[in-house]
Each structure stands twice: as structure tokens, then as C-alpha cells.
Unconditional design. Structure first.
Length: 387
């Protein structure tokens, strides 16, 4: 069979490969400490589940508008206004099957062969693949631990060409956990405006911030920045709703309309009763977010202190999300060899940095219980000392 050429250009997810090996080992009864999770380890809040159950009982089981339930689009517009100072109407918002799907819709609606999309590395592994599926060219800009894994305004300016259409910004970041300060966001916005390109801001971790770090949405910097901004967000990380598949994209009317047309021919509406859960998540108490954050704060403190005692490992202090991105270059190993051996010899699952465009690093997620974290780090320590 001759598959479409676009398939050959796309790399299968590496994170899933290590994850499935770890799961297979667990199924065999091996005691694996897994740091590979890309999702919070909490249950969805009860009031969200109750709202979805009620929606089911009320017969919200039929096709709905492709763009999403009007009530949810309104609730999202209100959230963006209150939390992020972004002035969107219902028409500027599409409800999608998760934040991943919102970005995919965006790439399909905006990017075509010849278009360049700037992606700072380390990056969330789906960004370049989505650009390639849309026929565009991902342009990767490497950042360093010394710069906190942040792209500088000069780096961005120097990378922009007449073909540049879009800049992908992800703060707080997966995989590094770094957060751009409001001043850094303003400086990047200036480059976006002077070059007249578009920026997509993936704000899925906006609620998971530490040590007083602040999240400023690039669209809130000025009217000129707002015109060039597209917001991607979702319910997966803030409300521990990864399996629900509800996310959204907000942006200029013409673009959102185009994504609705595409979505209407692909998936149609997001699961109707799941959308009612999402409405409840936005409209009711936000205490859950704080409770989750309180757990992450303790784990992050422990994990950072413990890593600092292990020779040949280093990581910058992450200000957001629930990951630590550890530099392993002093071990002389590639990230895949490191993660494979760590799993085989010490039963610890971590994600190789090469999946995120940084082969000198590995990613540990602390969206897991303290016992796993303590035992896993003891084993990591043992592993590194044995090299
Ligand atoms: C988890 C994640 C998303 C979206 O996930 P969904 O489950 O599709 O909502 C988007 N961007 C980043 C960086 C993520 O880590």
C-alpha cells in the first residue's frame, strides 16, 4: 500500500513508546516508578462529574453546534475576560476535542506549503508534527539552560523571514516548566507586532504557577498584540479532565470561522455532555485548582532538593507546570540510552528529551504520589552513581 507522503514526514510519539514499555513491565508485576505522566494524578472534581451526569439525564446526548454549546462558549469568553483580560465574544471561540485538537485545527486553517512556523526548543512534541501535517515548515529555535530555556526577542527577530506566519509560545512550558515574566512577554509581543506575524499562545498550564510567578497572556499586552494573537487552552490540566477531551481556541473572527468549517467536516461537536462538565468547571468554585497546586508545591520542593544532591544532574528551577527538565549531558549519554537503561536497570520511567528537541535532557513529571517520587529519585541517584 502506498500511504500519503505526509505520513512519512511525521514522527510517532516517543513518549508513548517509553510509557508503553513501562506499562508492560508494570503488568508483569514489576515495581516501576513512573515519571512519564503528562497528566495530573487527581480525579476530576465531583461537581464537574455531577454536571455531566445531570446533562446525560437531561438528554444532552444529541448533536450540537460544531463550534460548541453556546453556553460553554459564553463561559469561556467570560473566563478569558476575567482571568486574562482578553476581550472575546462567543463568535471568537471554538470548543475543540482538547487543547491538542485546537492547535491542530489552527494549523489546518492557517498553514500551507511555504509557510514557516517558529517553535522554540525544547517544545511540546506535537507542535512540529502538526505544522508538517498542514504542509508547513517548522523552524526550530534552540534555547539553553542558561537562558532558562526561553527564546529571546533577538532570537525571535533573527529567525523571522518573509515566509514566517506564526510563532508558537507555550508558557508555562511543557517540558521545561519555565514561565516567561510579564516583561519578557511584552518584549516578545513587540517583535510580533513589528514583524506583523501571528502568535499562538498555548496557555494550558496557566493555572499551575509557583513562587509568585505571573502568567501574562501575550494578547493582553496591547490592542496591536491582541489582533495577532490566538489563544489555545483547555480543561485537561487545570481541572484534571484529560480524558474528557474539551479544549478551545480563541482568536480573530475570520480564523475561528475557518476552524469551525474544518471541524464541522471532521469531528463535528465535542461530546455534548462533556461540554456541560466544562461549564461547571468554569462556573463553580475554583478551590480544586488550589488543592492540586498545594500538592504540586510540596512535590516540586522535594524533587528539586533531591536532584541537587545527585552528581552530574542539573535543572533550572521551573516556575510552572508539573515537570522538571534535567540536564544529563555530564553523563555523556543520549537521552534515549539514559532513559532505556534507567528503566531496565532501576525500573524508573522518564521521558527522553530528544522527544522535545533536547537530547541532553530528560523530563520527569511530578504528577505522581510522594512515595513514587521518593523511591524513584533514590533509584535515579543510584543509577547515575553507577555510570
Ligand atoms: C497537555 C497539553 C496540551 C493539550 O492537551 P489536551 O489533552 O489535548 O487538552 C496542549 N499543550 C501542551 C503543551 C500540553 O502539555
Amino acid at each position: 500500500m502506498k500511504l500519503a507522503s505526509r505520513v512519512g514526514q511525521v514522527t510517532p510519539s516517543l513518549t508513548l513508546a517509553i510509557d508503553s514499555k513501562a506499562k508492560a513491565m508494570k503488568a508483569e508485576g514489576i515495581d516501576v516508578c513512573s515519571f512519564s505522566a503528562g497528566e495530573p494524578d487527581f480525579d476530576t472534581p465531583q461537581h464537574v462529574k455531577d454536571a455531566a451526569k445531570l446533562a446525560l439525564d437531561q438528554g444532552k446526548t444529541r448533536y450540537g453546534p460544531a463550534a460548541g454549546e453556546p453556553k460553554l462558549r459564553d463561559a469561556i469568553a467570560k473566563k478569558l475576560q476575567n482571568d486574562n483580560h482578553l476581550n472575546y465574544q462567543r463568535e471568537n471561540i471554538i470548543v475543540t476535542n482538547g487543547g491538542k485538537h485546537s492547535l491542530f485545527n489552527l494549523m489546518l486553517a492557517l498553514i500551507e506549503p511555504g509557510d514557516e512556523v517558529i517553535i522554540p526548543a525544547p517544545f511540546w512534541l506535537s507542535y512540529p508534527e502538526m505544522v508538517k501535517i498542514a504542509g508547513g515548515t517548522p523552524v526550530i529555535v534552540n534555547t539553553t539552560q542558561a537562558s532558562g530555556y526561553k527564546i529571546t526577542p533577538d532570537q525571535l527577530r533573527q529567525t523571522i523571514t518573509p515566509q514566517t506566519k506564526l510563532f508558537v509560545l507555550n508558557s508555562p512550558s511543557n517540558p521545561t516548566g519555565m514561565v516567561y515574566s510579564p516583561d519578557e512577554i511584552r518584549a516578545l509581543a513587540e517583535v510580533v507586532i513589528e514583524s506583523d506575524i501571528l502568535v499562538v499562545s498555548d496557555e494550558i498550564y496557566e493555572k499551575i504557577l509557583y513562587d509568585g510567578a505571573e502568567h501574562l497572556s501575550i494578547g493582553a499586552v496591547s490592542e496591536e498584540a491582541f489582533k495577532r494573537t490566538i489563544i489555545s487552552n483547555g480543561f485537561a490540566k487545570a481541572y484534571s479532565m484529560t480524558g474528557w477531551r474539551v479544549g478551545y481556541l480563541a482568536g480573530p473572527l475570520e480564523l475561528i470561522k475557518a476552524t469551525i468549517t474544518i471541524q464541522s467536516h471532521a469531528t463535528s461537536n465535542v461530546c455534548t455532555f462533556a461540554q456541560y462538565g466544562a461549564i461547571a468547571a468554569l462556573e463553580n468554585s475554583q478551590d480544586f485548582v488550589q488543592q492540586m497546586l498545594d500538592a504540586f508545591i510540596g512535590r516540586r520542593k522535594f524533587i528539586l532538593e533531591r536532584i541537587s544532591t545527585i552528581p552530574n544532574l542539573s535543572c533550572p528551577k521551573p516556575d510552572g507546570a508539573f515537570y522538571v527538565f534535567i540536564d544529563i549531558s555530564k553523563t555523556g549519554m543520549t537521552s534515549i540510552d539514559f532513559c532505556k537503561e534507567l528503566l531496565e536497570k532501576q525500573n524508573v520511567a522518564a521521558v527522553p528529551g530528544v522527544a522535545f528537541g533536547a537530547d541532553q535532557c530528560i523530563r520527569l513529571s511530578y504528577a505522581t504520589d510522594m512515595t513514587t517520587i521518593e523511591t524513584g529519585l533514590d533509584r535515579l541517584d543510584k543509577f547515575v552513581r553507577s555510570l
